[in-house]
Design a protein around this ligand. Structure first.
Ligand code: AHN
Ligand code: ZN
Length: 325
């Protein structure tokens, strides 16, 4: 008798919850007030593998064999993803007089479109880990999993997506060389590849509606603040990218916070080529770069597919919501 009572009570409870679920289902808002993404999926595992592939060549320091091998790989990958590829080779003089055999690698999509978006990152890695805690390691080269390879990896995955479905606009991807061979006291010594390209674009009078630089976009819990040159030269692009990230629920990576000015590849693109360009770069709340910046610990252990997904999907959404001509 008692068992029966309990059983019927349990049955009664089940009925109640079933009714309740049904009620919730019926009351559920139609998904209309939820933002519907228009861009194809950015595959974060692919992006992760593109970082690993670059890092496995070793440090991509100009004039090294690893640098040549990785450059060849990037050219073949862009071609594989359907881009029209132009290689721009130049001998550039570093601050210490070293002649760098540099190579800017450019991959273009929808070349007949006049409305163009420029996406860029540097692909070289720093010759000295001068920020390493261990003094003995400061003359060693940097692997640059985050500082270099992460931005390139996000752009390779974007190239793969572009091939699968063309957006309305044209897109140019540039992997700049010789960004990281600089001396901290000499502003001009950084960004040699982008400085060269800004004065000698791959097509005469090349321009774009706006440019987006990716720098250190692969670390766990990355934080991208609104960098000062970006806000000065391209505030509407900053707004577009940050609001798109927020709509896609990636707002925690893109806080509404100002960051200081950074000498980086977007500076010559803004100042010489006059393309309004922003820098998506990892900066902590206390204004320092990502933890292992310019150390021997900038390796695969820092790399997070979640961070690259947030950056890559946001960029794809920006690209696929852009109207072309
Ligand atoms: C300077 O430290 C002068 N510029 C930062 C640009 C940079 C170096 N990004 C990655 N590595
Ligand atoms: Zn660097």
């Amino acid at each position: 008798m008692r068992i029966q009572l309990i059983l019927s009570f349990v049955a009664f409870l089940c009925l109640l919850t079933a009714c309740d679920n049904k009620g919730q289902q019926a009351n559920k808002e139609p998904e209309t007030n939820k933002y519907q993404r228009v861009s194809p999926d950015f595959n974060a595992d692919n992006a992760y593998n593109f970082v690993s592939k670059q890092v496995n060549f070793g440090p991509r320091v100009p004039n090294s064999q690893a640098h040549i091998n990785c450059g060849d790989y990037l050219v073949s990958e862009l071609k594989n993803f359907g881009a029209e590829v132009i290689e721009q080779k130049a001998v550039l003089t570093a601050y210490d007089g070293t002649q760098l055999n540099a190579r800017n690698i450019i991959g273009s999509y929808n070349t007949d479109k006049s409305t163009r978006i420029l996406l860029f990152a540097h692909w070289d890695s720093r010759p000295f880990a001068d920020q390493d805690n261990n003094k003995a390691k400061r003359t060693q080269p940097v692997l640059g999993a985050n500082d270099g390879a992460s931005g390139v990896a996000v752009l390779l995955e974007i190239g793969r997506v572009l091939q699968s479905k063309m957006p309305e606009v044209g897109v140019d991807i540039i992997f700049f060389d010789a960004e990281d061979y600089g001396a901290y006291s000499e502003t001009e010594s950084w960004c040699l590849g982008s400085q060269y390209w800004a004065k000698n674009p791959h097509t005469p009078d090349y321009s774009a509606k706006y440019g987006i630089l990716l720098d250190m976009v692969g670390a766990k819990n990355a934080r991208f603040s609104k960098e000062e040159y970006s806000m000065h030269y391209a505030p509407s692009t900053v707004e577009k990218v940050w609001s798109t990230a927020s709509r896609l629920k990636y707002g925690h990576f893109f806080p509404n916070a100002k960051g200081g000015a950074i000498t980086d590849d977007h500076v010559p693109v803004n100042e010489v080529r006059k393309i309004p360009s922003i820098n998506i770069i990892h900066k902590t709340e206390d204004e320092s770069f990502f933890e292992h910046w310019h150390t021997t610990r900038d390796d695969m252990s820092n790399i997070s597919p979640e961070t690259m997904k947030a950056v890559g999907q946001t960029l794809l959404e920006v690209i696929y919501t852009e109207k072309g001509e």
